[in-house]
Design a binder for this molecule. Sequence first.
Ligand SMILES: CC(C)(COP(=O)(O)OP(=O)(O)OC[C@H]1O[C@@H](n2cnc3c(N)ncnc32)[C@H](O)[C@@H]1OP(=O)(O)O)[C@@H](O)C(=O)NCCC(=O)NCCS
Length: 198
Amino acid sequence: MEIIIRKETSNDFRKVEEATRQAFGYPERIERGGIGCPYEHWMVNELRKRDGVKDLSLVATVGGEIIGHVICSNAIVKNDENEKAVQNLGPISVLPQYQKQGVGKALINELIRNAKEQGHGAFLFFGRPEYYPQFGFVEAETFGISDSEGYNYPSFMGMELIPGYLGDVRGGRFYESDIYNDELNRNAVRRFDQQFID
Ligand SMILES: CC(C)(COP(=O)(O)OP(=O)(O)OC[C@H]1O[C@@H](n2cnc3c(N)ncnc32)[C@H](O)[C@@H]1OP(=O)(O)O)[C@@H](O)C(=O)NCCC(=O)NCCS
């Protein structure tokens, strides 16, 4: 299987949302959101209008078909003295029938390469702690950074792309786009999802 990773274009938007909806359509996610559908396809759509980083939106294709996608959004870390821009990784999706065949790995490796090339300083995000360490992501605690409420846990991870980038926001908190607030976005997601129902 030849996997090609390239930047997303506007022609890909709908296919990417469909793939994201399928990838996140597993029971635990549906249950957690409590509205009968995932949120992530709406997030991807919304990120294109705000907070999303166009140059860090990549698709994975096989035989010309979109089978995976990753995007990042602008977020910040702040302590009493300083504020730093960081990239929040996600959502990342691989169609269920293509999972565990190296597609996610290819997307993340290319994402890291692109982000370094574009001069971004660091990633910080919430994700599966059993998946991301293989790429060099470590707990955010390593950088002395906590979530917006001041907590740390294994699913809150990061990576410096520029060595020492997070040094002057040690002790700071991470603030991400409010697209990640399920409670706030419940109705908008429900409405958006209608267009995916036959
Ligand atoms: C998570 C996800 C993006 C991973 O993509 P993928 O293409 O299935 O993963 P890969 O095949 O590239 O995995 C690379 C390695 O990690 C392992 N791996 C994959 N998913 C894993 C998981 N959930 N937990 C632990 N290890 C995992 C693979 O076995 C593989 O190991 P190997 O290199 O020793 O063979 C994909 O499974 C997905 O879309 N899941 C549903 C949506 C989701 O949960 N997104 C992420 C939210 S944080």
